[in-house]
Ligand binder design. Structure first.
Ligand code: NAD
Length: 454
């Protein structure tokens, strides 16, 4: 398998993919090591994961360069990702003893009741490329903390990073047999579905998630799906600083070239401030530097996958044919590498693909709305349900709106944000099950209830 730099289109290196035989050997190693790891006290496992984070930080420049070379995000955003993932891993490690240790619920003269969180066993984590550290740590860190062995399949667009993650986990003290990296693309992912894992944790697109769920259902083991989104933001007319709201939302839409599961993908602005918002938003987008991911100060760089250029071009042409207006951008950049101009569309409607299908790139549609009720209706008019946000001077107004939105996370005056302490979960085509927070630590365990009579 060739690993290609999306900015230069050159082959970085060639790596041997796994096949059924090599996957079976890796699974055997996991089986042989799982019991030993589950017997390590949770505090010790937490120390090892904290050491993993220290090693990532010590080697951040090298790791950021590898990440940027294979998936094309600006170097500074690669550093941000490693730091952000590290902070989440630390939170999980520090809270694991509290949430994973046995819990005595009641004791009477004769009866004790307690809950023990047992590890699932050997779990399979099939992952995405857009934030290999950030989405990876949501799964493999709590899975390891809970005492599981892990088969980790990085995306074929983040293979080198996946191998680094495996190497640093072992360097930190995770026994080699406890964390195995499966190399390859969809076929290798498909082969993993044939192996009897004790749980499947998938981060990726809705179509792949649906296939995996169908396949895993027969196995009667847990399946958690963290899938795509079409996340909306509503800007209400009481916003005081329209320019700063516009700048924050533009960052939420275009950070990582719009390749985030929780990127802002639809914007609704109340009539009274619509013109001022659009003007400030466009000014912000025009202020960004576009260029090679290794250049200083770049914000917009290349898309990781060449095929996505076609998706974006077709969303733009569909929108324009149906009456949308392009205020900025709109096309592929005529240079080597997967560059697409940051694109702002207005006069959009929900009949257009750009307002219905995940764009996963630097393009956004902005729509005028008259009131909160119309905003709520449009925000909910989607098959996805990952995050949703409201910008308003009034917290109560925002919370009343967010309570009506069918999404796993609600934002007031912020967006495109993840917290280790809060559950991360989707609804509808955005998937189900939670990672992060105490819920996400327990998702890698099976509870056992003890009824103990003296
Ligand atoms: P993808 O579905 O194309 O691939 C994801 C993984 O699945 C890869 O490792 C791939 O090799 C593997 N795969 C592909 N076909 C398979 C099959 N038939 N069986 C088993 N495995 C298979 O997704 P992607 O392009 O890597 O990631 C982008 C998507 O992920 C976007 O939709 C994005 O919104 C979503 N995402 C969601 C979250 C979240 O937390 N909800 C986080 C990051 C990304």
């Amino acid at each position: 398998m060739n690993i290609i730099n999306p900015a230069t289109e050159e082959i970085i290196t060639t790596i041997q993919e796994d096949n059924e035989v090599s996957l079976a050997l890796k699974f055997e190693k996991l089986k042989n090591s799982a019991k030993q790891w589950s017997a390590v006290p949770v505090k010790k496992r937490a120390e090892i994961l904290e050491k993993f984070v220290s090693l990532l930080k010590e080697n951040i420049e090298e790791l950021a360069a590898i990440l940027t070379s294979e998936m094309g995000k600006p170097m500074q955003q690669s550093r941000n990702e490693i730091n952000g993932a590290g902070a989440k891993a630390i939170w999980l490690a520090q809270h694991a003893p509290q949430y994973l240790s046995e819990e005595i619920l009641s004791v009477s003269a004769q009866m004790t009741e307690k809950i023990v969180q047992e590890p699932l066993g050997i779990i399979c984590n099939i992952s995405a490329w857009n934030y290999p550290y950030n989405v990876g740590v949501n799964i493999f860190v709590p899975a390891l903390l809970a005492g599981n062995a892990v088969m980790y399949k990085p995306s074929e667009y983040a293979t080198l990073t996946g191998l680094q993650i495996g190497a640093y986990l072992v360097a930190a003290g995770v026994p080699e047999g406890v964390f195995q990296v499966a190399i390859g693309a969809g076929e290798v992912g498909g082969a993993l579905l044939e192996i009897p894992f004790d749980g499947y944790y998938f981060t990726g697109s809705y179509p792949t998630g649906q296939k995996i769920y169908e396949h895993v259902a027969k196995k009667m083991v847990p399946c958690v799906l963290e899938l795509g989104g079409k996340d909306p933001i509503y800007v209400a007319d009481d916003v005081v600083d329209v320019a700063s709201a516009a700048a924050g939302i533009a960052d939420g839409a275009f950070y990582n070239n719009g390749q985030s599961c929780c990127s802002v993908e639809r914007i609704y602005v109340q009539s009274a401030i619509y013109d001022a918002f659009v003007e400030a938003f466009v000014a912000e987008v025009k202020s960004w530097k576009m260029g090679s991911p290794t250049e200083d100060g770049v914000y917009i760089t290349v898309l990781s996958r060449k095929a996505q250029l076609e998706v974006l071009a077709s969303q733009v042409s569909d929108a324009v044919e149906n009456g949308a207006q392009i205020l900025v951008g709109g096309k592929r950049v005529d240079r080597k590498g997967n560059y697409f101009e940051p694109t702002v569309l207005v006069n959009v409607t929900h009949d257009m693909a750009v307002m219905r299908e995940e764009s996963f790139g630097p393009i956004i549609g902005i729509m005028r709305v008259e009131n909160d009720a119309e905003a709520v209706y449009l925000m909910n008019d989607t098959a996805y349900g990952l995050t949703a946000g409201v910008y308003s001077a009034d917290q109560n107004r925002a919370e009343v709106i967010l309570a009506q939105i069918n999404a796993g996370s609600g934002y007031w005056n912020c967006c495109d944000r993840v917290s280790a302490a809060l559950p991360w979960s989707g609804r509808g085509n955005s998937g189900f099950g939670s990672t992060l927070s105490q819920i996400g630590l327990k998702t890698f365990t099976k509870p056992k209830a003890y009824h103990l009579r003296k």
